[in-house]
Design a protein around this ligand. Structure first.
Ligand SMILES: [Ca+2]
Ligand SMILES: [Ca+2]
Ligand SMILES: [Ca+2]
Ligand SMILES: [Ca+2]
Length: 419
């Protein structure tokens, strides 16, 4: 059974908004989650927890937190949005807010941090159900520009160089359109229309190796689109059996110099397409919808890169990027909506996979075997993608995860000290 969670969701969610506003002072401590360790060589501890407020009722419209040093003090900040319209810039060391900004409706897109204005600073690009894309200064609470789109903004904006000379562009989706606007002032460069909502985050890649970037984006009209970055012209489109809401990943999977496009669909399948022609190389069928974006990396000793993808059949799959063959799978207790993150927590030559499940747990698996390393029970469903970075630069990476009820946890995992 499939839930049409998006369109109806937005109408209902809009009615829930403005039922109250929180101030920075009201960010408060919440009940602690529990940790289980399955590998006696590692440790996991909680650094802090916070409640950023608001509730998320519908799938795919909860923004994930992002880590970046937006005030240049060598410490990473957490940038996060909530369903009450707040964007928070929080101190990564303790979770205390540094500044906040309020939109007039829920923050619905994961933020992107980058030099959008092209003057060497760090801006935060974030979309809202109020149909505005906001460009905020990262360093302090300041709105640089706003672009009023023709619909709600669910997917994450991305930055694209080379559309116009000496200018960085922001690519984002609102309702059924993909927009390209100037990062300097938000002026529209081009617009590309699909036949239904776009909740998929656009991916940029020079797929035909001609020095000009292409944009890959999926739509709920069932198509994956490949669009020329400089003018928004269609290069190819590929039809799946149902809605696409996952972010396509593009990588040289077989390490033969050719970019392949990998994504999942609500028709339960993972697709790998030839990037130049948009033709199928392989597919892999899971037991239910795929709404989480895949992750790609060299995590397994088998040849080439591997594809990791979660499904509403509760499983996380590790597939060979070359032919889509199953290398391992891990069964969680509920749907996987959270995208997996590939990281190095314990050593340079082995990778770990971190992802959340609707069964309330954050999982850490060994990349080469799929073996469980630890779990963290957030006591609340996890839909978002965790953010990983070494917040205070001490060699132990931190993991920031946001639960459906907007409880945020900061965890640190490292090798257990000997003796
Ligand atoms: Ca900082
Ligand atoms: Ca190109
Ligand atoms: Ca490999
Ligand atoms: Ca650290």
């Amino acid at each position: 059974m499939k839930m049409k969670r998006f369109t109806k969701g937005i109408i209902f969610l809009s009615m829930l908004l403005f039922s109250g506003c929180i101030s920075l002072k009201e960010l408060k401590d919440i009940k602690t989650g529990s940790i289980e360790i399955y590998d006696n060589k590692v440790d996991l501890k909680k650094n802090w927890k916070s409640n950023i407020g608001g509730t998320n009722e519908f799938y795919l419209i909860q923004p994930s937190p992002v880590l970046d040093d937006v005030n240049y003090d060598g410490i990473l900040e957490v940038i996060a949005g909530n369903s009450k319209g707040f964007v928070f810039c929080m101190n990564g060391e303790d979770g205390n807010p540094i500044w906040s900004f309020k939109a007039s409706d829920a923050i619905s897109s994961t933020p992107t941090v980058g030099d959008a204005m092209g003057v060497g600073g760090k801006e935060i690009l974030i979309g809202s159900l109020d149909e505005n894309l906001y460009c905020l200064l990262g360093e302090k609470r300041k709105l640089v520009w706003t672009y009023q789109a023709d619909g709600t903004i669910i997917s994450k904006p991305v930055l694209l160089k080379g559309v116009r000379e000496n200018d960085i562009s922001v690519i984002f989706a609102a309702r059924d359109n993909l927009y390209c606007v100037s990062g300097k002032d938000g002026e529209l460069v081009w617009k590309f229309k699909t036949e239904n909502n776009i909740t998929s985050t656009p991916m940029t890649y020079d797929i035909d190796d001609d020095g000009v970037l292409e944009i890959l984006v999926g739509s709920e009209d069932h198509y994956m689109y490949c669009i020329r970055g400089e003018d928004g012209k269609l290069l190819w489109k590929f039809k799946t059996g149902d809605e696409i809401s996952t972010t396509p990943q593009v990588a040289d999977l077989a390490q033969d110099g050719e970019g392949k496009v990998v994504f999942g669909s609500f028709d339960n399948k993972v697709y790998c397409l030839d990037g130049v022609k948009g033709e199928v190389i392989w597919t892999f069928e899971t037991g239910d919808n795929i709404s989480a974006s895949p992750a790609i990396g060299d995590i397994h000793p088998s040849e080439g890169l591997e594809v990791l993808v979660g499904s509403w059949d509760n499983n996380l799959y590790c597939l060979s990027g070359i032919d889509g063959k199953l290398l391992w799978k891990y069964s969680s207790g509920n749907w996987i909506i959270s995208s997996p993150v590939i990281t190095n927590l314990y050593s340079k030559d082995k990778k770990e996979i971190i992802f959340g499940s609707r069964d309330n747990h954050l999982y850490c698996l060994e990349g080469d075997s799929g073996k469980l390393v630890w779990t963290f029970d957030a006591k609340d469903e996890i839909w978002t993608t965790p953010a990983i970075g070494d917040i205070e630069n001490n060699g132990s990476p931190e993991i920031v995860v946001l639960s459906r009820g907007n409880k945020m946890f900061c965890l640190t995992s490292s090798l257990r000290k000997k003796g």
